[in-house]
Design a protein around this ligand. Structure first.
Ligand code: GDP
Length: 439
């Protein structure tokens, strides 16, 4: 399980620029998904052989109607509860601002290591200005420039020096054939309620995972003879028990669970609709190569006329177009409506995620596809696909041997993916196509 490193701080200090720099500088463990451009706030990355998930909390939203001050506070509180290392980002040109002091006051009480990054350090006065930040009483100020990339290697060194020591990964809860499910989504969308609906109290076997700094609790259960493990539900279950309003911060935890799941249920709030952050979480799940089921929760609260659901579905599809392979289920975690159906959908997606496709049929499909719609050509030289074969599953990866990968276009790749999906289904799972020059 990867530790979480969270960037916090006031707006406009350059958190997202620094986030992008750090991801660039380190080794981003991401798939090159063509044609997808989106702002990211989560990235799995690696520095000196140590892996972690970097999060820009500036992209986290909560109820949507909090003031800027509240928002920054919630972001910091989320980091305090859920991150393993926190990097407070401040503006070296502005010096210490009241907002920095407020966040620092919160962070000083945190149990996790805090680093202090003084950004916009390209200014000549930055080193001197950095001294000022000792006053925050947090840590040695590290001068960085997200703009120029200055100091980012140093910051990464400091980050990995503070990562918790994670003992062996992979949990043991539940039988091997169990489907590992993570429930992700923004705060308040109903994740805890859903987990409670899904997991009947009596059937519950709780196993704590040893060796991690934060207690990750996996719940194994069986429903109608099928086995599931709901990964890292600690935050969710605790919160559900203490009731509403006590702890509303689960965004990062649920995120961490993604890396240990086969299938992720992304919970949306039917009343709130698709928020920016939902897109970012969906993008992260897609990059992580997990199966995805979208659950539109609180459907009981939506006034229904004919076509309401179809219209809603259209909206979701439009907003989350880059994960158009994911099935959408309309549920109520409160009443239990279609929760069974949701689980069946999870089963289907888990099977597709683990799918193997025979080489013969794969090649047949690709041949047909190229005959129907020939590959792009550039100055008379066309892309030629010689041979395709599946090289991995979870998610399925297909390797295509071609004359020249340079001739491939994003749109042709998408076309091929579409034909493969038409032929094989592959509902709910990312499909990775790799192109290699045949020697
Ligand atoms: P989490 O932060 O995503 O875990 O959200 P919670 O499970 O704590 O739910 C947030 C609030 O939404 C609580 O007041 C729940 O009772 C309520 N809620 C959750 N699911 C539903 C639902 O399907 N219908 C309705 N009406 N309320 C729900």
């Amino acid at each position: 399980m990867k530790p979480i490193v969270a960037l916090v701080g006031r707006p406009n200090v350059g958190k997202s620029a620094l986030f992008n720099r750090l991801v660039q500088r380190s080794l981003a463990i991401v798939e090159d998904v063509p044609g997808v451009t989106r702002d990211r706030i989560y990235a799995d990355t690696e520095w000196q052989g140590k892996e972690f998930t970097l999060v820009d909390t500036g992209g986290l939203t909560f109820t949507g109607d909090e003031t800027m001050n509240q928002l920054v506070r919630y972001q910091a509180e989320t980091a305090i509860r859920e991150a393993d290392v926190i990097v407070l980002v401040v503006d070296g040109r502005q010096g210490v601002m009241p907002g920095d002091r407020q966040v620092a006051d919160l962070l000083r009480r945190a149990q996790v290591p805090i680093l202090l990054a003084v950004n916009k350090g390209e200014a000549r006065t930055a080193d001197q200005a950095a001294m000022e930040f000792y006053e925050l009483g947090l840590a040695e100020p590290l001068v960085v420039s997200a703009l120029h990339g200055l100091g980012t290697g140093d910051l990464l060194d400091h980050i990995i020096a503070h990562l918790p020591h994670v003992v062996q990964e992979e949990t043991t809860a539940g039988p091997d054939r169990a489907v590992r499910v993570a429930v992700a989504g923004r705060p308040n969308v109903g994740k805890s309620s859903l987990v409670n609906q899904l997991v009947g109290q009596e059937r519950m076997i709780v196993s704590a995972e040893a060796g991690t700094t934060r207690d990750a609790v996996d719940i194994a259960c069986s429903v109608d003879g099928r086995e599931y493990v709901f990964v890292d539900t600690a935050g969710l279950r605790r919160r559900a028990r203490v009731g509403e309003g006590v702890e509303k911060f689960g965004a990062l935890r649920a995120l961490r669970a993604v890396s240990r799941a086969h299938v992720v249920i992304l919970v949306l709030d039917a009343v709130a609709g698709v928020a920016d952050q939902d897109k970012k979480i969906a993008g992260y799940i897609d990059e992580a190569g997990r199966g995805l089921v979208i659950a539109v929760n609180k459907w009981d609260l939506v006034e229904k006329k004919t076509g309401t659901q179809e219209k809603y579905l259209e909206q979701v599809r439009w907003q989350l177009g880059f994960v158009d392979y994911a099935p959408v289920v309309f549920i109520s975690a409160l009443t239990g409506q279609r929760v069974k159906n949701l689980l069946e959908t999870v089963d289907r997606v888990a099977a597709e995620h683990a799918r193997t496709m025979t080489t013969a049929v794969l090649n047949e499909v690709v041949q047909e596809a190229t005959a129907l719609h020939p590959p792009p050509s550039d100055k008379g030289r066309a892309l030629r696909i010689y041979y395709v074969t599946q090289v991995a599953s979870r998610p399925p990866r297909v390797l295509c041997f071609v004359n020249d990968p340079e001739r491939l276009t994003d749109s042709y790749q998408r076309y091929l993916e579409g034909r493969l999906r038409q032929a094989f289904g592959l509902e709910g799972t990312p499909l990775r196509l790799h192109f290699r020059k045949r020697r």
